[in-house]
Structure formats: structure tokens, C-alpha cells
Write a new protein. Structure first.
Length: 428
């Protein structure tokens, strides 16, 4: 991706350089037209002065020449075309006194602007001054130089207002594709940058998942291994209660591992789409008691769990997955709490509520807690064991049952999860 971005950036840079070079060329072509207009304006202003002169004999000769052409070709003596065609004659006439005199700047500027418009250029200001004259031009004006002839010592400075429209008119066929190319490049850059960031986030999430999952798997394995090792080393056939306790611990750990593996396998959205629940009618309170005993056994802190559920209350659900849902909710309540925790499980025919007095969840984090791999980073709590899949799994299983789950929380007070069930799945 970085290579592709670099190649695109180089292509844009080369295209930009060529576009700037082409713009400068078109601008110079426009200025060449301006210089031609300056030449015409200087000639017309000279003719005007010569025609107004009563002393210079060159006027008589020029006027006779103009009248001859006028009578022969029917051209008006005031025709700019005729006057401009006399450029070669006027070049020789530069030695005449009237012609060498300072031009009428106001008339020269007016003629210059008229010539610019007559040649199809769109400038609203135009000035012609001899080089070295005391003339202060605006900084935004375009400037070029003109000499009547290469050997002439008279140099003029021509100033015109910028004519970007004339220049860009010839560049539209290149400018439009270039702009589209830049926009596409910017879009791709933003898009690819977003993908790279997402990939980096996924890489970090994968590392966190691997680390936390390994920790989660090691704990039950270590407990089961210790129980089995104790039975092998210190087996006492006469102490049946002790042996049953060790076997119970091993079975609980293996059951926990089985549920964890099932959770991990169920994280695939495709599997959720095709998963079929094994719905069974069972009493809710015994399952709650079984799960709470396992949570208490696992916990490394004082845990008080109160169950408020009517005897005989039954629901229709998948026992394995529903048991995992309760396990996840209780496990989170224990993990994200202080040195001790009090949990209340309340169930009726409409809903099941799991409430704790833990550290709580900030308001800005609540919308994301059911997202896959999402874990709240809050100081040392980030290191709490877990792999960011539990609540995602909980929400998916709840929705597969046709139920929904809600959460309310307040930092420092605790968190409450409420599972709302469909009426048709409950026994009244």
C-alpha cells in the first residue's frame, strides 16, 4: 500500500510540474498577444499625434498616402487596420520631432485597452509606459516588455490585469482530468490510510486476544492439573469425600474449558447465521445455582451471590449456551469489581437481571461493550484477564433466542444487565 501511495504521489507530482509548465507556456502566448496590442497602440497613438500636428511635414505626406489608399480601396482613413499597416513607415519616422516626443499616456492607455479587447482578450486594466518612467503599477498586474524594433532604444513596459480565463480556456482538457486524478488520489489515500489503521488495530486486537485467551486457558488447565496430581500423589481410597471433591474440581474446569472453546468457535458471524439452538425446557434456578457455585470456586476474592428466582420457573432455551451467557455475565461482575463483590440475580417470567456493585462502566463506553474484541482500557483494569469476546457472545446468543439485552451502569456504583425474554417461552 505504501508503495502504491508513493507511486501515485510521484505521478501527481510529475503531472503537476507538467501542468505548471503548460500554464506558463499559455500565459506567455497570451502575453505575446499583449505585446502585439502594445505595438498597435503605440502606432495608433503616433498616428494620432502626427495627424494633429500642423508643423511636421510628415503629416502632409502621411495624410496624402492615406487618402490615396482610401480613394483606391475605399478604406476609411480612420480605419485601425489601415493605420496599423503603416508600422514600417512609422518606424522610419521615429526621427521626426513629433513622433519622438513623449506620448499622450492617457490616450495611449485607452488605445492599448481597446486593442486588447479587439483581439479577444479580457482585461479590465491596461497601461503602457516607457521603461524608466515614474509609474507605480499594482502588484497583481501582469507585466511584459516591448520594443518597436530590435534596434530601437525605446522600450515599453506593458501592464495588464491578470487574464486567467484566457489561459485556462486552453487548459480545460488537461485541468479537468488532472483535478479528477487528484481527487481520486486523495480519496484512495484516505481510504488506504483508513485500511492501514484498521489493520494495525486488528493486529493489536489479535495480539491481545492471543495473550488473554492463553491466560484464560492456562488457569482452568492448571487447576485441573493440580487436582489430578493431588489425587495421584496422595490418593486415599478411604477418603471418598476428598476424592469426589477433586473429581468435581476437574469436571468443573473441563466444563469451563469446553464452554470457552465453544465461545471461541462461535465468534464467527457466519457460524452464528447458521447456528441452530437445541432448545429445551428446563428450570432456571438450578442452573443459576450451578453456575454461581462454579464462579465462587474460581474467584480469588470474596464473592456473594444472591439468587432471587421463584422455584419451578422454567424457560425454553439452549442449556449450554444459556449457561455460558450466565457464566460470562457473572465472571465479568467478579473481574471488574473491588476486593469483594456482591451480585444479585433476579428472574421472573419476563426477564433475568444480573446486577453487581463493581467499578461500573463509563457512559461513553456503554455503546461498544457488545462489540467483538472490545475491551475497556481503564488503568490497571486493562490487564484483567479476558479476550474481549464474552459480551459479544452473550449478545449474539440472546438475539438468537429472540430476546434482547440491556445494560445500565454508573462508575463506582455498579452495572446491571437485563435480559428480556419473549412471553411465549415462559411458563406462567
Amino acid at each position: 500500500m505504501i508503495l502504491a501511495l508513493s507511486v501515485n504521489a510521484i505521478a501527481i507530482a510529475v503531472a503537476s510540474y507538467n501542468l505548471i509548465a503548460l500554464y506558463r507556456y499559455e500565459k506567455e502566448q497570451t502575453l505575446a498577444k499583449v505585446r502585439k496590442c502594445a505595438e498597435n497602440a503605440i502606432i495608433l497613438e503616433m498616428i494620432g499625434r502626427m495627424q494633429r500636428s500642423e508643423e511636421d511635414q510628415s503629416f502632409i505626406r502621411l495624410n496624402t498616402f492615406v487618402e490615396t489608399i482610401q480613394q483606391k480601396d475605399g478604406i476609411s482613413a480612420d480605419s485601425d487596420t489601415l493605420k496599423i499597416s503603416l508600422a514600417s513607415i512609422l518606424s522610419l519616422g521615429l526621427e521626426f520631432k513629433d513622433v519622438r516626443a513623449a506620448p499622450d499616456t492617457a490616450a495611449l492607455d485607452s488605445i492599448f485597452l481597446s486593442e486588447i479587447h479587439r483581439n479577444g482578450l479580457n482585461a479590465d486594466r491596461a497601461y503602457l509606459r516607457k521603461t524608466g518612467s515614474a509609474f507605480s503599477a499594482d502588484n497583481d498586474l501582469w507585466k511584459t516588455y516591448y520594443r518597436i524594433s530590435p534596434s530601437s532604444r525605446r522600450e515599453y513596459e506593458a501592464y495588464v490585469s491578470p487574464m486567467y480565463r484566457e489561459v485556462l480556456t486552453h487548459l480545460w482538457g488537461i485541468v479537468v482530468p488532472f483535478v479528477v486524478l487528484v481527487l481520486v488520489f486523495c480519496f484512495l489515500s484516505i481510504y488506504l490510510t483508513g485500511i492501514i489503521r484498521k489493520l494495525r488495530t486488528l493486529e493489536q486486537m489479535k495480539d491481545d486476544f492471543t495473550h488473554n485467551m492463553t491466560h484464560e486457558l492456562k488457569t482452568p488447565v492448571a487447576v485441573a492439573y493440580s487436582a489430578a496430581d493431588s489425587m495421584l500423589r496422595y490418593y486415599d481410597q478411604s477418603d471418598e469425600a476428598r476424592n469426589k471433591q477433586f473429581l468435581k474440581i476437574i469436571m468443573q474446569r473441563l466444563s469451563f474449558l469446553s464452554g470457552m472453546i465453544e465461545n471461541i468457535l462461535s465468534m464467527s458471524m457466519e457460524r452464528f447465521k447458521s447456528m441452530e439452538l437445541e432448545l429445551t425446557r428446563f428450570e432456571l434456578k438450578p442452573m443459576m445455582e450451578e453456575v454461581t457455585e462454579m464462579i465462587k470456586l474460581k474467584a480469588d476474592k470474596p464473592v456473594k451471590i444472591e439468587i432471587d428466582s421463584p422455584d419451578g420457573l422454567a424457560i425454553t432455551a439452549d442449556p449450554l449456551h444459556f449457561g455460558n451467557v450466565l457464566t460470562n455475565l457473572l465472571d465479568n461482575a467478579v473481574k471488574y469489581s473491588g476486593d469483594s463483590v456482591e451480585i444479585t440475580i433476579k428472574a421472573d417470567s419476563d426477564s433475568i437481571t444480573v446486577a453487581d456493585n463493581g467499578i461500573g462502566i463509563k457512559k461513553e463506553n456503554l455503546p461498544f461493550i457488545f462489540d467483538k474484541f472490545y475491551r475497556i482500557s481503564s488503568g490497571d483494569r486493562y490487564e484483567t484477564s479476558g479476550y474481549g469476546l464474552g459480551l459479544f457472545y452473550v449478545k449474539q446468543i440472546i438475539e438468537l433466542h429472540g430476546w434482547n439485552i440491556e445494560v445500565t451502569s454508573k462508575p463506582g456504583v455498579g452495572t446491571k444487565f437485563r435480559i428480556r425474554m419473549n412471553n411465549e417461552d415462559e411458563e406462567r
